[in-house]
Write a protein that binds this ligand. Sequence first.
Ligand code: ZN
Length: 265
Amino acid sequence: MNLLASLLAVVLGWAPSLGGSETVAAQPPQPPAKVAQAEGALAGKVIVLDAGHQLGNHNFPAEINRLVEAGGFTKPCNTTGTATNGGYDEATFAWRVTGKLKAKLEKAGATVVLTRTSNREDRWGPCVDVRGRAGNTLPSGGRADLKISIHGDGSLSSGAHGFHVIYPPSRAPWTDDIAKPSKRLASVTKDALTGKGFTVANYIAGGDGLDPRTDLGTLNLSDVPTVMVELGNMRDSGDASVMTSAAGQARYARALAVAVRAFLD
Ligand code: ZN
């Protein structure tokens, strides 16, 4: 029982008796559900959500193409991301899922840190090095508990559909510290997505939905467990109809919230 619950218990008269003549082991009084809910299952946890590419990246080619540190090599700061054939941007998809997920995590008591706080045509970035380092050092001095980078893929292969989860394998000195928990995060994320009815990608990642990659600055520079989710193929009409709908975006957010809970439990 934490301090708040203890105080409530005392105030409301539920404190376990310290003495007395009971011979049967008494069940400790349970704090009311209301208190447990207010504290939240994710209280004290800090989660970084990286909502992929900024909407305006295509308007800033010089800024976006600037080379930045990506984990022992350099890469362009960012890319424009993809879109559905109907023109619905990956940036907007990632932004909407991130917003819904953020609300769920905060409701459960977590602190959520965003790598971008707008979805605008007149903004760009942040670069992959900034995304990669997000959460490594919090203002409090500690580290975030995990980081999820949210994307949609853009494969033009006929019939390509489904999600895959990218994680950093161990590569010293970059990801050897986070490889093991990141792989576990990838595994619970895959399970959470399939649990909410999403199907594993049929065109990439060997068919099991799990894709170890060493070429992504967003993952390489992280000191906290991290995955990048490609939640579907935006060029596939079936995936696109889910990815562009509010109901579909909410279902992705529910799945990712389940993954966060599963990883941190
Ligand atoms: Zn992307």
